[in-house]
Design a protein around this ligand. Structure first.
Ligand code: SF4
Ligand code: SF4
Length: 343
């Protein structure tokens, strides 16, 4: 348990309550908004054995007790692994699965949809979450989203099916039918709603649709909350633990000698404990205490050239600098996996 913390203040490193198991980085789509940089050529899958071990570690690491959801990439692209993992987790008495996320690309046939949703329901999935927005619909016909939602609601009940974003799914149209020019116009209108995290591929492909500002505009913007006070983490098939909103930053790696509890405790010991010898050169310390402008300044000393037109947000700035650092071999323990730096 942590010590050395003024209890009248918010807990500086929050316990993790929500964890996404990233079954694969593979995806049939290559959405402009994708912060995991998933695509048909992206690798790194989670095996059933690895998934069970990580799942067990996340829910039993007191006092975390994470609620689990399964995401990707597109987990239905690994259907056999997905259903086996969930069935075995149920058999092992692991906490029920909160949700499975999908883009509905596979939902072409009502019979297959029924079989799969029933199988997931029996295996213990509570909720199905379906992704839909103009970026997804460049690759997936909206009719599949609507068909999947209709059939899943019949089987699970409307309360156990979510579409993100529902307004788009109900009213949107298939941007796959649009010209490139019209698609850019639709993307620009959508990205201005501010629903997208400008990291990963979104930083490359969507930031240009927003007003750009000089990096100094994002000074004095520390990221302690996003990195250390978020209760949400993602874990991939290599055991890499990332903060929920900051893909590409490694909090730790779960393996036979490094448990969930130990990773969390290391964060506490390194960044909170007054008696610790904090590594001031640790990228997490730099970002948490001062934000991406401090990282930019450090990277410029190493040869990074700032973008002359500026950046759309502090996360765009952060991701662009981190990508350069990753490609040049800096912070190898903190930046990865490789696939999220390949937009
Ligand atoms: S946003 Fe989702 S559907 Fe789109 S490429 Fe990424 S994982 Fe695939
Ligand atoms: S600037 Fe970087 S560390 Fe801060 S919230 Fe954005 S992605 Fe995370």
């Amino acid at each position: 348990m942590p010590k050395n913390w003024d209890k009248s203040k918010p807990m500086p490193v929050k316990y993790w309550s929500f964890a996404g198991l990233m079954l694969t980085y593979w995806c049939n789509a290559r959405c402009a908004s994708c912060y995991t940089c998933s695509s048909p050529s992206a690798g790194v899958d989670m095996s059933v054995e690895m998934g069970l071990a990580i799942w067990e570690g996340l829910i039993s690491a007191s006092p975390h007790g994470c609620r689990i959801h399964i995401s990707g990439g597109e987990p239905f692209g690994r259907w056999e692994t997905l259903i086996e993992l969930i069935r075995k987790a149920k058999k092992a008495g692991l906490k029920p699965l909160e949700a499975v996320e999908t883009n509905a690309y596979w939902a072409t046939d009502e019979k297959i949809i029924r079989e799969r949703i029933k199988a997931l329901d029996e295996a213990g999935m509570f909720r199905l979450k379906i992704s839909a927005d103009p970026y997804h619909q460049q690759y997936i016909p909206i009719e599949r989203v609507r068909l999947l939602a209709k059939v899943a609601e019949e089987i699970l009940g409307a309360d156990r099916v979510r579409i993100r974003w529902e307004d788009w799914a109900r009213e949107g149209f298939n941007t796959g039918l649009l010209s490139q020019e019209d698609r850019q116009r639709v993307f620009a209108a959508y990205v201005l709603k501010g629903r997208d995290r400008l990291t990963g591929r979104a930083a490359v492909e969507l930031s240009q649709l927003l007003p750009l500002k000089p990096p100094e505009s994002f000074a004095d913007n520390p990221c302690w909350s996003a990195l250390l006070r978020s209760r949400h983490v993602h874990v991939d098939g290599e055991g890499i633990v990332c903060p929920g909103v900051c893909t590409g930053i490694i909090l730790g790696i779960i393996n036979s000698s490094n448990s969930v509890s130990r990773i969390w405790q290391n964060l506490w010991d390194n960044f909170v404990d007054d008696n610790s010898e904090e590594r001031s050169d640790d990228i997490i310390s730099l970002l948490a205490r001062t934000g991406p402008v401090a990282l930019l300044q450090q990277a410029e000393g190493l040869g990074y050239a700032r973008k002359p037109d500026g950046y759309a947000s502090k996360c765009h700035l952060c991701w662009d600098v981190r990508r350069w650092l990753f490609e040049n071999g800096y912070f190898p323990d903190r930046l990865g996996p490789a696939s999220v730096y390949k937009p």
